[in-house]
Ligand binder design. Structure first.
Ligand SMILES: Cc1cc2nc3c(=O)[nH]c(=O)nc-3n(C[C@H](O)[C@H](O)[C@H](O)COP(=O)(O)O)c2cc1C
Length: 350
């Protein structure tokens, strides 16, 4: 298994020679084929584990896949098999939409970073649910997060309608649901992070969740995903609003609009969200502030620029209960998952 697992550095130059979005599709298709053939099925059994509890859910380890890598939930089992304790798929919108024109994903290798302006390209809720219900990941002990958003052509004043449709659709199939209000690539979406807007949205979601909990006889935890581009005061208001509305967790953070760390590099001026190494410190600051404000009342999932086990450890030290990976996988390959789990486990047992 380790030969295949460690083969990523060899494949990387060929992948990096392709357009970033094409490389993404080729990699996912290859991973799926390897999983379908059965050649990779044993990977999971060989991965290090370290059980933890998050939002009342039992995870086999605290290292998750961040949203956006599998927007349609089409590769849940193959991705879960890489050793993640939890996998988050989406963002799904109620109706299918194409996203922004291509090219819309760019690598900045010198900074171990990416810029994307995909714009929630996805096949819509029905196709997403068909994929999710086919997957075996949950039955095999994995924890599945389903991430919901709004369509680009839904006016921002009607955003809650889309989130309510999303919540009702995904609720019976999710271990937790993430409300994504922090993508920079859907016009005005981040305005939903403002105190009044957030309060209104969360009040509507809370009522809907109560209804769904009755209907399905199960309380599904709700997490809200926030941006790294917030002032400490804004973070405090968000934290208070989440607590006031009974939200269970916060995912910190999404991509950044800042270009400070990549100035002068090729593609640095492309519009979109910057992910990878430059986000690590930004998200650490958000996690620290959140933890100070909420104590133990909210679960915090730390995400942004984890490229090593050490950086996963720093997220936990800042106050996160679990971590998620995305851009680090593109630069480091799947071996990063086990490295993070092993580092966290070793730290905890010291
Ligand atoms: C290409 C790409 C697409 C993304 N799409 C989504 C998305 O649909 N929903 C979401 O909540 N986050 C999305 N994200 C944000 C990631 O989940 C993550 O929060 C962010 O990239 C920071 O983590 P990283 O530095 O490890 O990539 C996307 C990120 C990238 C790079």
């Amino acid at each position: 298994m380790s030969i295949l697992f460690n083969a990523y550095p060899l494949a990387r130059p060929a992948l990096f020679a392709m357009d970033a979005e094409t490389a993404h599709e080729v990699t996912l298709a290859g991973l799926q084929r390897a999983y379908d053939c059965g050649t990779t099925r044993r990977w999971l059994h060989d991965q290090p584990q370290w059980p933890v509890t998050l939002m009342g859910l039992s995870l086999r380890n605290p290292v998750g896949l961040a949203a956006g890598l599998d927007k349609n939930g089409a590769h849940i089992d193959a991705l879960g098999n890489l050793g993640f304790g939890f996998v988050e798929v989406g963002t799904v919108t109620p109706r299918a939409q194409p996203g922004n024109p291509k090219p819309r994903m760019f690598r900045l290798p010198k900074a171990n970073a990416l810029i994307n302006r995909l714009g929630f390209n996805n096949q819509g809720l029905d196709a997403f649910l068909a994929n999710v219900t086919r997957s075996q990941f949950r039955q095999q002990g994995g924890v599945l997060g389903l991430n919901i958003g709004k369509n680009a052509d839904t006016p921002i004043e009607r955003a809650a309608d889309d989130y309510l449709i999303g919540l009702a659709g995904v609720y019976p199939h999710a271990d937790y649901v993430t409300v994504n209000i922090s993508s920079p690539n859907t016009q005005n979406l981040r305005a939903l992070q403002g105190g009044d807007e957030l309060s209104q949205l969360l009040a509507a979601l809370r009522d809907k969740r109560n209804e769904l909990a009755q209907l399905h006889q199960r309380q599904v935890p709700l997490a809200v995903k926030i941006a790294p581009d917030l002032t400490p005061e804004q973070i405090d208001i968000i934290a208070d609003t989440l607590l006031a509305h009974g939200v269970d967790g916060v995912i910190a953070t999404n991509t950044t609009l800042s270009r400070d760390a990549v100035q002068g590099m090729a593609h640095a001026q492309e519009a979109g969200g910057l992910s990878g190494a430059p986000v690590h410190e930004l998200s650490l600051a958000v996690i620290e502030r959140l933890r100070q404000r909420v104590g133990q009342a909210l679960a915090i999932i730390g995400v942004g620029g984890i490229l090593s086990g050490q950086q996963a450890r720093e997220k936990i030290a800042a106050g996160a209960d679990a971590v998620q990976l995305y851009t680090g996988l593109i630069y480091r390959g799947p071996a990063l998952v086990g490295e993070c789990v092993a580092t966290l486990r070793n730290t905890a047992s010291r």
